[in-house]
Design a protein around this ligand. Structure first.
Ligand SMILES: Nc1ncnc2c1ncn2[C@@H]1O[C@H](COP(=O)(O)OP(=O)(O)O)[C@@H](O)[C@H]1O
Ligand SMILES: [Mg+2]
Length: 253
């Protein structure tokens, strides 16, 4: 359903994506794994129409979406949940959710919006108890749930999730990834960007590893976990995962 074909992108003269190709089929959760700076957010920005690629194209349900404005990409059925949640803190949970369905509100489809609100809240019952509370007063996990629920208000058939488990306690992260796993059953496929490779692969049908703006590997979760590249992609030659110095990598490089 989503086809990214040979996408290249540069910030000024600094290349960030080099001929990236990947696909998401209907009913799949696909993870895109890579360390900080690998190009994950940039790729989501290209898919959602925020960034114009230098080369290549993106199609969704056999229709070209690269070149469309971000709002047109949303109307085509692809919604991005940004890194860092990006909620409106002073606005209530309900108001934040309603912002996710601005297209329908503009068309005055208030009944439809009420139905979407119900569906979103069914996935995240804790938000139903917080509807009139300012979004800024929610916990980190609840804010991530709100960001996802807001994205779902637009009734996407593909959700682009940018590091949903970042900064969350393991138990909360697992809860959120559990909802991600169940989204395809609700008619929403997922492209899941994560540094948390184990967590992401545990809810995915397939995965890709990206380093330095290039896709380096793809396959089933088992294939990716077995691959030496996974370790390399996350450690890098002189870097360590999770801030712990990797002595062996330093000695041998
Ligand atoms: N707005 C920007 N201007 C210039 N360079 C950027 C910008 N955003 C990201 N980059 C650079 O592009 C590369 C990829 O970044 P990004 O897509 O954010 O990676 P990731 O999401 O995998 O951490 C990095 O080298 C980063 O420094
Ligand atoms: Mg990022």
């Amino acid at each position: 359903m989503l086809r990214v074909e040979s996408i290249s992108f540069a910030y000024g003269r600094q290349p960030a994506l080099r001929e990236v190709s990947l696909k998401v089929q209907p009913g799949e959760v696909v993870s895109l794994l890579g360390m900080n700076g690998a190009g994950k957010t940039t790729l989501l920005g290209v898919i959602s129409g925020m960034l114009r690629p230098k080369g290549g194209r993106v199609t969704f349900e056999n229709r070209q979406i690269s070149g469309l404005a971000p709002s047109a990409v949303v109307e085509a059925g692809v919604v991005q949940v940004p890194e860092g949640r990006q909620l409106f803190g002073p606005l209530s949970v309900r108001e934040n959710l309603e912002l996710g369905s601005y297209v329908r509100l503009r068309k005055r489809q208030h009944k439809e919006v009420a139905r979407d609100l119900e569906r979103s809240l069914a996935l995240f019952p804790v938000l139903a108890q917080r509807l009139e509370q300012p979004a800024g007063t929610l916990s980190g996990g609840e804010q991530q749930m709100l960001a996802m629920a807001r994205g779902l208000m637009a009734r996407p058939r593909l959700l682009l999730l940018d590091e949903p488990s970042l900064g969350l306690a393991p138990k909360v992260a697992a809860e959120i990834l559990g909802v991600v796993r169940d989204l395809p059953a609700q008619g929403c496929s997922v492209l899941l960007v994560e540094q948390n490779a184990l967590g992401a692969l545990s809810v995915s049908q397939r995965g890709y590893i990206i380093t330095g703006g290039r896709i380096r590997q793809s396959g089933s979760p088992q294939e990716i976990l077995a691959d030496e590249l996974l370790r390399e992609a996350f450690l890098g030659p002189r870097r360590a995962f999770g801030g712990v110095k990797d002595k062996k990598a330093e000695e041998t490089s």
